[in-house]
Design a protein around this ligand. Structure first.
Ligand code: HEM
Length: 241
């Protein structure tokens, strides 16, 4: 089953496209401001070079006393850090929630099998088309024409919710990844695919697997309700008659 979504990228006020561009430029402005503030602090000796990563970059100078890492590079690195932090932390949060809600799976989860999960594939799919981003020529895909110059956006959750790839896609079932060969090429595209595939995918696998590994091997889920703030109770001995 092929599902499709169409967007016309016209920058009209109050469209999602407009707000996404607006949000993107706001984030960049905020980061630029932050870098400027840190530069001032460094110049006034109100901060140390090792206080944080941006300070560290800003304090590196070459023999001509020029900043080694440019402001533009600092912005890129900071955006990569956001890309790397939120994705993995959200993934861990969701895995914890799903394991909590599915105690049977939590008990059974064979962590070494999660470690084996890898994506692979050759054939052309939506994800593949999406990698082309801006079509350099007319592309005919399953009878749908993507004209030259048009963009293709893919929504990975539509692929992941495709029942022909993952039966009962909304069910939390880590065992479905046991047999990697059963997943069709580009069926699992958490990290995208093609030349712009996520460069942090291997790192993300490790940093999410390590806490989950320790969680399933060293901790257990206590099904009893526990007062989150502790229980303040004053116990007074009975008066002896
Ligand atoms: C669970 C964690 C992660 C997920 C689900 C994820 C997902 C993705 C996806 C789907 C893309 C492709 C976006 C596109 O089509 O343009 C991407 C790109 C990218 N990711 Fe990740 N990512 C994760 C973790 C990380 C980490 C840990 C890093 C860095 C250490 C990272 C750095 C990047 C960068 C720099 C790009 C842009 C690549 C390019 O455009 O050439 N990501 N990520």
């Amino acid at each position: 089953m092929v599902e499709e979504m169409w967007f016309i990228l016209v920058n009209l006020p109050f469209t999602c496209y407009y707000w996404s561009l607006y949000a993107s430029s706001r984030v960049q402005d905020m980061l630029k401001e932050l870098v400027q503030e840190k530069k001032v602090k460094l110049a006034q000796h109100a901060a140390t070079p090792h206080q944080d990563l941006i300070m560290c970059f800003l304090s590196k100078h070459n023999e001509e006393n020029e900043q080694v890492v440019t402001d533009k590079e600092i912005l890129h690195i900071t955006l990569v850090m956001i890309a790397r932090h939120d994705t993995s932390s959200v993934l861990i949060t969701f895995v914890l929630r799903l394991l909590y809600k599915n105690p049977t799976i939590y008990k059974a989860v064979p962590e070494e099998e999660i470690a084996k999960s890898k994506t692979s594939g050759e054939s052309l799919t939506w994800a593949d088309l999406a990698r082309m981003k801006l079509a350099l020529r007319d592309i005919d895909y399953c009878g749908y024409l993507n004209p030259k110059g048009w963009q293709v956006f893919w929504a990975s959750n539509m692929t992941h919710k495709d029942e022909s790839i993952f039966p009962e896609p909304s069910e939390f079932d880590p065992a479905r990844f046991k047999n990697q060969k059963s997943i069709q090429p580009y069926g699992f595209i958490l990290f995208g695919g093609g030349p712009r595939v996520c460069p942090g995918s291997e790192f993300a696998r490790i940093e999410t697997l390590v806490p989950i590994h320790y969680l399933v091997t060293k901790y257990y889920r206590d099904p009893l309700p526990v007062p989150t703030q502790g229980l303040l109770l004053w116990i007074v001995p009975k008066i002896q008659e």
